[in-house]
Each structure stands twice: as C-alpha cells, then as structure tokens.
Write a protein that binds this ligand. Structure first.
Ligand code: PSU
Ligand code: MN
Length: 308
C-alpha cells in the first residue's frame, strides 16, 4: 500500500470526489494519443469528461507522466497527450519501463484497468477494446486487453469490438477466460462502427441497476476479473456496414503489405480507416465514446449502492 502511493498521483478533482464519496469514472489516454488526430482527440477528451460531470460523477483520465500514474488530468495534461508524438502507447508490459524512465505514457485499456483498480475505481469508459486480430492463428496477435479483462476487476464500458478484429474469436477467448459480455438495449454484441456484429452478447441488461447488481455479484462471489458492458453506437451515428467492411478489408491488406506489426497495428488501422472514410469514422468514434460516457456514469453511480 505504501509503495502504491508512491506511484499514484490523484488530481485535486479526484481527491475531492474520493473525500466526498462521489462516483468516479476512469478514462484511458491511448484513445487520445494514438486513437484520434489532433485537435479532435483533445476536444473529445474534454467533452467526455464534461458528460461525466454533468451526469453526477467525476472523470479520472489516466496517463503516466513524470514517473507517476496520474489519475485525473488537467486540461494542459490532456493537451500534452494529444499533441506529443513521443507519448508511448502503454500496455501492461510497458508500465514499468515508462514509470521508471519518467517517460510520457498513454494507457491502453489493459494499462488503464490496472491503474483504475490500483486507484479503487471500478468503472472505466472507452470506445473499443482490443481483441483477437484476424489471422491470429499465424501472427499470435491477441491484445493484452483480453488477458487483463480476465484478471483485473474493472467494468469496461465500450461499443464492442471493431471488425478490424476477429470478433468471433475475441468472444471465444473472453468466454474461455470467464469474462462476461453484457449488452445494453439489444441482444447483439455491437461492432463499434455498427450496431450489430452478427454475434450475440452473453447477457442483455438494459439498466444501470441491473448491470451494477451483476458486476457486484460477480465480485462478491470472489470471481475476479473484468466485465464488458457493450453499448451500441447510436443509430443516427452508425456507419453503413458495407462501407465499413470494404474499407476495413482494404486497410487490413495495406497493413499486411506494409509489414505493420505489433503495437502499431491498431493505430495504423484506425488512422487508415479515418482517411478512407474522409473522417466520417472519426465522427462515429467520437459519438460512441460520448454515448458510452453516459452509460458508464449511470453505472458508476449505481455501483455505489452495490459494492461496499
Ligand atoms: N480501439 C479503438 N480505439 C483505440 C484503441 C482500440 O477503437 O484507441 C486502443 C485502446 O487503447 C486499446 C488498444 O486498449 O488500442 C489496443 O491495442 P492493441 O491491439 O495493440 O492491444
Ligand atoms: Mn497487438
């Protein structure tokens, strides 16, 4: 515990929220540094934080700055992450390097879950999680996000998994590791840019109270690990399926032909899809994160009644 405190640095807003017993919602920072271009990335980060405040909770965007795990960022720190080309994409493996070297690090879903759990935050809102990549049977490219969901007890509100990934294999992997996949407002598991992936979620729970009761029960049973709360993009902002499928196929071929590997794969595909849709995928991406922030805020507030 003492050692932990050496690494965690809470913002005043988050400290005040803890003291007042307010609900806190964690947010990741790779989505800012590697997931969207400037200035939309920083605008999105600020607006999502405000949605959480307006909903009655407190946002805690997480990043690694100056050898500390910062929980809650200032507007200047959000700007720094959104504008620094040297901000490292930090997953579980990278945390000790970035912290010990005092480098600037943007946390992925996996690393944000670790930091949120350390900070005592049980709900985390993002856009999409990583998963099993297409062709993983030869590349072994499976996001560390999935393994984190298997072991770290944080609920992750997202819009599902992108079709740049193998959605079916991702769901199989999650089942093997005991990670429940909840869907909100529909039976189907959403595919990020579109509302339907063709796969069903495990459990449909439409209200925050039901979601919180489910998550609380899992953890009270001693079943460690995350829960995915998948919330489809609002219909008005969803992308046409045929268009996104064709563009995804093209982006995947380009990644393959260009020899894009490892942690560069996801950022490459995201930015290429944005270019190929003339920025429309970015608008969809921003809309779905905001929608997730509403669901996550309600969930964080409902969790207060459930977990002592
Ligand atoms: N999917 C998105 N936007 C993102 C990411 C995924 O739609 O910004 C980021 C998240 O931070 C996620 C990470 O945790 O990419 C997964 O990267 P990888 O596939 O290299 O594990
Ligand atoms: Mn990968």
């Amino acid at each position: 515990m003492t050692q932990l405190q050496n690494f965690l640095l809470f913002s005043q807003e988050v400290l005040d929220a803890r003291a007042a017993g307010k609900a806190i919602v964690a947010l990741e920072s790779t989505i800012i540094s590697h997931g969207m271009p400037y200035p939309q990335n920083v605008e999105m980060a600020r607006e999502v934080e405000q949605i959480i405040r307006d909903g009655g909770a407190v946002p805690a965007t997480i990043a690694i700055i100056g050898g500390k795990i910062c929980v809650g960022l200032s507007p200047e720190q959000l700007e720094l992450l959104g504008t620094s080309p040297d901000a490292m994409k930090v997953s579980r493996r990278d945390l000790p390097f970035v912290l010990s070297q005092g480098k600037l690090g943007a946390t992925t879903v996996a690393a944000t879950m670790i930091c949120a759990e350390l900070a005592g935050i049980s709900v985390f809102v993002t856009g999409g999680i990583g998963g099993v990549h297409r062709g993983a049977e030869t590349s072994f490219d499976i996001s560390a996000d999935l393994q984190e969901l298997a072991q770290t007890s944080v609920a992750v509100v997202c819009a599902g998994v992108k079709s740049i990934l193998d959605i079916g294999l991702t769901l199989e992997y999650l089942e093997t590791h005991g990670v429940p996949v909840i869907s909100v407002g529909q039976e189907g598991f959403p595919a990020f840019f579109t509302r339907e992936s063709g796969f069903k979620a495990d459990f449909r729970l439409d209200t925050a109270a039901e979601q919180a009761a489910f998550i609380g029960t899992k953890w009270q049973l001693g079943l460690k690990g995350g829960v995915i709360v998948s919330n489809p993009v609002p219909a008005a902002q969803a992308m046409p399926k045929e268009e996104i499928d064709a563009i995804t196929t093209q982006a995947l071929q380009e990644a393959d032909a260009g020899g894009v590997k490892g942690k560069q794969v996801t950022p490459f595909l995201l930015s290429r899809i944005k270019q190929l849709t003339d920025g429309r995928s970015l608008a969809t991406n921003i809309a779905l994160v905001k929608h997730n922030a509403q669901v996550g805020t309600a969930l964080a507030i409902a969790m207060q009644a459930v977990v002592a």
